[in-house]
Ligand binder design. Sequence first.
Ligand SMILES: [Zn+2]
Length: 241
Amino acid sequence: MQQKPIPILMYHSIASMPKGTVMRSLHVPPRLFKLQMWLLKVFGFKGLSMGELQPYLEGKKTGKVVGITFDDGFKNNLVDALPILKKNGFSATCYIISQNIGGINHWDLDKGIDENPLMDEDEVKEWITEGMEIGSHTQNHVHLADIDTKNATKEILQSKLDLEKQFDCVINHFCYPYGSYNDEIVNITKDVGYHTATTVNRSRAGVGSDLLTLPRIPITHRTFPHLFLMKILSKYEDKHA
Ligand SMILES: [Zn+2]
C-alpha cells in the first residue's frame, strides 16, 4: 500500500469561548473536537502521537494515520481532550514548556489573550499514565530564531533534560514556539537528539518530509466537519505550503 499524505493536526486549547474572545481560534470547543475525532475514526484514520507517527513518516509502516498535537500543555487538554482521545483509541503529543509547568500562558497576555492554566506536574503525569506522550516546547516559550545561539541551545537542550528528569521518560519530540526557527536552530534540534520537530508551516506531511521541520494543519473553532475533511483528505492545506 502506498502511504497517503500524513496530516499532523495542530491544536492548542480545547474550550468553548464566547464571541469576542481574543484569538478565539486558539480554542476548539470540546464538542467540535469530539466530532473531529469521530470523523477521523469513521473515515478509517488512527490518531497518533508523534512517537507513534514517526515510523509512518519514515516509510517503515504504512496506514491511514493522522498526527495529533497540542501546543503549550493546557490543563483543558487533560480534562476535555483526553477522554475523547481514549474513547477513540487514539494517542497524542502535548508539547510542554518545561519551566512553566502549572503556570499560565504568560506569553499570550500582552496580546490581550485570556489567562489559561497549563497542566501542573501531577496532571502531566496523568497525561502520560493515560497513554499519551509529551514533547518539548522549550523552557520558556521563546522565539528561537531571535535569540543568541547559546540561549537557543539551552532552551532546546535543557527543556529536554528538564522533562526527562521530572517525568522519567525520554523526550524525542520538539515543537518550535511561534513556529520560529532557522537552519541553525534546526541543526541544534538535531544535534541535541530530537527525532522530530513540528512547525506552523501549513501542509500535510508525508514520507520524505524533513522530520525536523514538519508542517502541520491548524484546527480552529471554525474547523467544521466539511472543512476538517477537506484539510485531511484533499490538497487544501498543501496549497499553503
Ligand atoms: Zn506555543
